[in-house]
Design a binder for this molecule. Structure first.
Ligand code: DX5
Ligand code: ZN
Length: 218
């Protein structure tokens, strides 16, 4: 089953609870939580307090995407009963295996992400130990950018590798997904699709979530 993870980076923070209630009513599967530190990426978003303000207000699980340096220092702050995945960047972790283990030790599923310029083969040794691989289809830092097509090729190759190796991690894509390209993105073999501006920029958020899910399931 394909799943949609709207990114609250593009939500209206002055009415975050309402925006999240809308994605839930539309059938979204996760709340994607984009955490940016102004060092790993050239933007600052929000920290764990904002995510935790949603605890109990929505039933959707949290899909946490840490675009931060030294994630080990902060990741426990993001562990809540609603946290399903915590994903860190390969480029931000010197001891990636240790960090993945750290996430799993908290009882949460561990994800690793790579930027558009990072080759897929840099993940080979960690794949047996992760629950999710997040392929960035934009350079992280901002919502509303255009999808970089080479990400789809990475997803196809990763899905093939996973099958051949008998592994079971989920494949996620993040960046530039719209109503027009979501079908193509799903067809490449993506399991979880992040969308920020395409969801929260819509006039009717709930309706847009429904449309996108319908399109990706076709
Ligand atoms: C990019 C973030 C994304 C972003 C996606 O730095 O990790 O999750 O919010 O936004 P859209 O869907 O607008 O590209
Ligand atoms: Zn993200």
């Amino acid at each position: 089953m394909k799943q949609l993870a709207p990114s609250i980076l593009s939500a209206d923070f002055s009415r975050l609870g309402k925006d999240v209630a809308d994605i839930e009513a539309g059938g979204a599967h996760f709340v994607h939580v984009d955490v940016m530190d102004g060092h790993f990426v050239p933007n600052i978003s929000f920290g764990a307090a904002v995510m935790k303000s949603l605890e109990g207000k929505t039933k959707l699980p949290f899909d946490v995407h840490l675009m931060i340096e030294e994630p080990d220092r902060y990741l426990e702050e993001f562990v809540t009963p609603q946290t399903e995945y915590i994903t860190v960047h390969q480029e931000a972790c010197v001891h990636l295996h240790r960090t993945v283990q750290h996430i799993r030790d908290t009882g949460v599923k561990a994800g690793v992400s790579i930027n558009p310029a990072t080759p897929l083969n840099t993940l080979e040794s960690i794949l047996p130990d992760v629950d999710l691989v997040l392929i960035m289809s934009v350079n992280p830092g901002f919502g509303g950018q255009k999808l970089i097509p080479s990400a789809l090729d990475k997803i196809r190759r990763l899905a093939e590798y996973r099958d051949r190796a008998g592994l079971a991690f989920a494949i996620e894509i993040d960046g530039g997904v719209t109503l027009d390209n979501i079908r193509m993105v799903a067809d490449a073999g993506t399991d979880i699709i992040v969308a920020g501006s395409a969801v929260f920029g819509a006039e009717k958020i709930r309706g847009r979530v429904r449309e996108m899910i319908k399109e990706m399931e076709k």
